[in-house]
Design a protein around this ligand. Structure first.
Ligand SMILES: Cc1cc2nc3c(=O)[nH]c(=O)nc-3n(C[C@H](O)[C@H](O)[C@H](O)COP(=O)(O)O)c2cc1C
Length: 185
């Protein structure tokens, strides 16, 4: 079972990298799945400009960066999205990265680790609608990291209880990934 931990911020200086590394460190200590970090910044995806709508493309994409992204996302059985909140919504780069693919997301579990002034809870609620449209299955537990409580400036200093919250999220992602295996064929 392979779970991708997707860092969705593409900014050169960002909180998302430290949060993703923390999720990855705790996840790899579990031993019940293979967890891999995926940094969206490495892929240089353009804003969706494919002539063929992704849901009609049967996983074949004209753009090489999209093909590389497709290979990576297609290799996972489930996901953790590490998401900021921008202007009370989902970050556009990560939304675009979802939009450019289609079959690679379907019937896979996803959990959300959000961070922001209010724990990115507005963004995560939006993500729940978005991922449902792609046939992903979102788990209820989430981690809502707060800029003033869990960070000192850009330094990530999570509260003690965050590890327990992350463990609950990962428990559910792993279980839902197992439960949806037969749907992925
Ligand atoms: C364009 C933009 C909009 C933002 N809007 C919000 C917001 O609506 N809510 C919030 O909690 N933080 C907001 N922030 C602040 C982010 O929480 C903070 O900048 C965080 O570091 C962004 O994540 P990143 O560094 O991983 O990109 C915004 C930041 C940016 C760049």
């Amino acid at each position: 079972m392979r779970i991708g931990i997707v860092i969705g911020s593409t900014r050169p200086v960002r909180k998302g990298g430290a949060v993703g590394a923390w999720v990855h460190r705790i996840a790899t200590e579990r031993g019940d799945a293979e967890f891999e970090l995926v940094d969206l910044r490495d892929y240089g995806l353009r804003l969706l400009d494919a002539e063929v709508v992704p849901s009609d493309a049967h996983g074949e994409y004209a753009d090489e960066a999209t093909r590389a992204w497709s290979r990576t996302i297609g290799s996972f059985d489930g996901f953790v999205f590490v998401t900021a909140e921008y202007n009370h919504g989902v970050p556009a780069a990560l939304k675009n990265a979802v939009d450019v693919l289609w079959p690679e997301w379907g019937n896979k579990a996803v959990g959300f680790v959000g961070y922001g002034f209010d724990g990115a809870t507005r963004a995560v609620e939006q993500w729940r609608s978005i991922v449902a449209a792609t046939f992903m299955v979102a788990v209820r537990p989430q981690v809502a990291l707060q800029n003033f409580a869990d960070f000192d400036g850009d330094d990530f200093r999570p509260l003690d209880r965050r590890e327990r919250e992350l463990t609950s999220l990962l428990d559910h992602v792993v279980r839902m990934t197992e439960a949806t295996a037969s749907l992925r064929g």
